[in-house]
Design a protein around this ligand. Sequence first.
Ligand SMILES: *Cc1c(COP(=O)(O)O)cnc(C)c1O
Length: 385
Amino acid sequence: MHFQTLLVHGHEKPDKTYNAVIPPIYLTTTYRSEKFGKRERFGYSRGNNPTRAYLEGLIAELEGAKHGFAFSSGMTAIAASLAVLKSGDQVLVTKNVYGGTVALLDGFFKDFGLSYELIDMSDLNQLERAFNEKTKAVLIESPSNPLLDITDIEAVSRAAKKRGIITIVDNTFLSPYLQRPLELGADIVVESATKFFSGHSDVIAGTAATNDDGLAGKIGAYQRLAGGIAQPFDIYLLVRGLKTLSVRIDRQVENAGKIVEFLQNNPGIDKIYYPGLAEHPGYAINQRQSKSPGSMVSFLLNPAYNIAVFFDSLRYITPGASLGSVETLIQHPATGSHATFSPEQRKQAGITDNLIRLSAGIENLNDLIEDLEQALKKSIGKNSD
Ligand SMILES: *Cc1c(COP(=O)(O)O)cnc(C)c1O
C-alpha cells in the first residue's frame, strides 16, 4: 500500500465491531475484567486504550517502525525519548533546534544529570570531535528550526551507531510523508503532531516511533508510569487530519516554492533559507534523504525595512507560533520560538533580529504573494533608529 492510501484507509480495520470507517472514540478509563486475576490487553487507559492503540499502530506504519507511541504533546514525545538516557550521559543536539527542546534540557533534564552540547550537525567533523565517552545520544532536526540547516541523517546515524550512541530525529518539519528517518538509520523518530499531522491548528499532540524493542520498552514505560498520553478526542482529530496529510503538504510545498521565487526577486529580502534552493549548502543531501524541501521558509528582512510594521501590516498571513497548518503562519524567532534561548545561544545558532520564519499554508497563492507584497511596501524606511 502506498503512503497516501495508508493515510486514508489506515493500517487495519478501524472498527472490528460494526465496520465503521472511522475508529471509535473509546472514552473509558477502565475495562471490566472478564476473569478473576486475568490481565487483559486493555485494563486501564493510561496503559492502553483502543483509540490510542489504533493511532499508535498507524504511526508505526507511517514511520516504517515496529512500535509507535502517541503523546499529549511533541514536548512529551521528546521528553520520553530523552528519558531513555541516564544521569551522567550527554546528548549532542543540532545547534538550531526547536527552542523548547533546549529549554527542556536546561530547565529539567540538567537537574537529573543529563548534559548536552549544541553543535553544527551539518559538519560531520565537528560531530566526530564532540563525541566523548559520556555521549549516549544525538538529537537531530533536519531541516532545523528556524534556519533550515540540513543534517545528513544517514551519515550521523552511522557515525553514532559505531560508538553505540543512539540517534533521535525530530522530524516535525517534514513529516514521514517527506522523510523517514528510521529508514536512514535513526533509532527514534519524534514528531510534534500539533503541526503537520493535525494540520488544522486545533490539537496539541506528539508521536514517537522506533524499531528497537529495548528503546520501545523504555518509551512505553514512560507512558505507563508518567502518562502524558494522547487523549481519545485529540486522537480522533489527528486521525481525521492525517487523512489529508499528503494533499495538504503537496499544496503547501507548491506554495512555499512560489513564495521563495517571489522573495528572491524582492529588494526587501536580504537572504533566503530554503533547502530547495540549489545554493543552499544542504541542497544535495536533502534531495537524497527526503522527498522534497518542505514548506518552511526563513528569510532576512533588509534593515531598511521595519519588521514590526511588516508583521502588523499582514492581512491573510497569520503572525503567530506553530507551523504546518492549513493557514500560512509567520513568526519572528528572536522574540517567538527562540525567545527562551539566551542571547549567547541565539548568536551561536545564527538567529538574528531580522530573521523571519514562514510556514506556507494551502490558501490561494496570489493572495499570499499580494499580502507579502503590500506588507513589504508599507514597511520600507519606517525604522526610527
Ligand atoms: C512544535 C515543535 C515541537 C514541540 O511540540 P509541541 O506539540 O508544541 O509540544 C518540537 N519540535 C519541533 C520541531 C516543533 O516545531
